[in-house]
Design a protein around this ligand. Structure first.
Ligand SMILES: [Zn+2]
Length: 362
């Protein structure tokens, strides 16, 4: 069970989907995989991820509209609002331009479409600026909505939820699974990682160039980490504040001076299954130690990569450090952050015995 299994929204969604047994998140994932497996089998198999996306969207009666420039909103207004009388398209730009609540995509059920229209659902994907890097993932995120919350009989209004909303996290989870569809991803992963004990950036790059040309490096690396049978911690580091400072900053009266940019912290930390089983992880929002490769890369040019042998005990907070364990860390500067994988290169050390055993009884 993950903490999302306890969110009422996720439990409700699992309930709507039906079936029984298993934790809610796994049940929802299973439902999505099973629908896609059925369509793939009807079609006699698929050759690659693009063919899978076409097959799935066709079955779901959905089409994509990509926003590459601001003018694309005028085009959507013309095509959908004026010509097809779907007025929601005339006002959606403000949602996508709202910096306070980043929106990457939206799924619209066309009110004037017929039950068999191939474009009954329109997924609008924002590909402007830095959002372009997420294009592949956003498309699968909207497919995930159509498979679940926007399934026939589900929500009909486009949802603009915050990225921390459990439903949005669930859609990302589904996108991470079905967008890197096992029957296509697994052979590519096996081939790319042949003969290697540890995950490397090179493995993710080979998979992208061979099989997932439109996936981002970040999403592909994460998909690889998830499949590793050995412990891998995927992390993203960027400038952030301590929790209590963040709270103060939310109340302007308590924070008169210019707010500081914060320190480099591990803002996103995702241990894979093997890492969770061993308790091998880094606490979220921990400060990145200054003398590490992640810290060096943060000050480097975008797309710079680096690797180093380090020790988990370098990570410390309030005078306490993480347990000693030799690790290899590989990282890359991507946009405003460093993304990295941390993997142990030695076995978990046995816990030191607490206190000394007296040799002689006194
Ligand atoms: Zn969404």
């Amino acid at each position: 069970m993950t903490r999302w299994d306890h969110a009422p929204e996720i439990r409700d969604l699992a309930g709507q989907i039906g079936g029984w047994g298993g934790a809610p998140v796994e049940r929802i994932l299973d439902h999505c995989r099973r629908r896609i497996d059925g369509w793939v089998s009807d079609a006699g198999g698929v050759i690659g991820i693009d063919a899978l996306e076409s097959l799935v969207t066709k079955r779901l009666q959905m089409v994509f509209e990509e926003i590459r420039a601001d003018e694309d909103f005028d085009r959507l207004t013309q095509v959908y609002a004026r010509d097809k009388r779907e007025f929601v398209f005339a006002t959606m730009r403000s949602k996508f331009d709202d910096d306070a609540n980043t929106t990457f995509g939206a799924l619209v059920l066309r009110r004037n479409a017929t039950a068999d229209s191939p474009d009954r659902y329109v997924a609008v994907i924002d590909c402007r600026g830095s959002k372009l890097a997420r294009r592949f993932f956003t498309r699968w995120h909207e497919i995930a909505h159509r498979l679940t919350t926007h399934a026939d009989g589900g929500d009909t209004e486009p949802g603009y939820r915050s990225e921390h909303d459990p439903i949005e996290r669930m859609m990302d989870e589904i996108a991470g699974h079905v967008g890197f569809y096992d029957p296509i991803f697994d052979p590519a992963f096996r081939q790319a990682s042949e003969g290697k004990h540890l995950l490397t950036f090179g493995t993710a790059e080979t998979i992208i160039s061979e099989s997932f040309p439109s996936a981002s490096f970040q999403a592909t690396l994460f998909a690889c980490a998830r499949r590793m049978a050995t412990p891998v911690v995927y992390l993203e580091a960027t400038l952030n504040h301590k929790k209590d400072v963040k709270r103060k900053m939310a109340t302007p009266s308590l924070f008169d001076e210019e707010p500081s940019p914060g320190e480099l912290r591990a803002v996103k930390v995702i241990p894979n299954k093997a890492a969770q089983d061993e308790g091998f992880t880094i606490p979220t929002n921990m400060r990145v130690p200054p003398e590490t490769v992640i810290h060096r890369l943060f000050d480097a040019e975008p797309q710079t990569s680096g690797e180093d042998n380090e020790d988990m005990s370098q990570w410390e907070s309030k005078g306490k450090s993480l347990e000693r364990r030799a690790v290899v860390v590989e990282g890359r500067k991507v946009a405003d952050r460093v993304i990295a994988i941390v993997q142990p290169v030695e076995k978990k050390r046995a816990k030191k015995q607490s206190g000394r055993t007296p040799l002689f009884s006194e």
